[in-house]
Design a binder for this molecule. Sequence first.
Ligand code: GLP
Length: 260
Amino acid sequence: MEIIIQKTAKEGSAVGGRIVAKLVQHKPEAVLGLATGSTPVKLYREMIQWHTEKGLDFSKVTTFNLDEYIGLAADHHASYHRFMNENLFDELNMLKENIHIPDGLAEDVVGHCAAYEQAIVEAGGIDLQVLGVGSDGHLGFNEPTSSFASRTRIKTLDQQTVEDNQRFFTEGEEVPRHVITMGLGTIMEARTCLLFAFGEGKADAVAEMVEGAVSAMMPGSVLQFHRDARIILDEAAASKLKKADYYKWVYGNKPEWQQY
Ligand code: GLP
């Protein structure tokens, strides 16, 4: 694990934007795994800037999103389809057929999940998976006790996640309890995992995930087993890490050949 601590979410997102841009410059047909939630919005703004101001070309890029709510149509205001279009895809020159998000209205959920896994394989696997982390440690919608070997499948949300995500729904509207999410096993096969966490509300989950025991009760801790997991934090999210000074020194003193 590499822990990158920046002063603000904006600076952390700029570091992430450079990592994504470098990958796409080097490999124009890169396969990106993408996440939703408030956290990656600033990263997506950086990616849009790379495209509009520096001409970064996304026309050959393929994407796979982590998850979607079951029962929400693509145009529902709280669907992850809508979120991704509004926060990223509408501003990039990606081809529609290269964008993949689980279908919340799939009739055959099991078959759809298997086809989603197959599409990732056919695309050559995910080069870089963007991740956030839930306050209960979930990745995608892999709630506590999710198997580290899990694949894309249906999951039931924890009450904590329902409450956390209520803000994306209108008052009185129920957050769907069932979702489709890539599994932890799917996520672990990405060549690089880039997890962002910002704000004090994530400090406990980050400390447990990075420095705590590896446990299915803290799904994010599976990244301790990943060969290239980079965790980008602001000061607030890093505030409960015991070895924060060490991580800062390491990042600030990287040999040039190791920088990105
Ligand atoms: C949702 C998403 C996760 C995301 C999490 C945190 O539950 N399924 O992928 O990491 O929210 O969201 P936020 O970034 O808004 O804190």
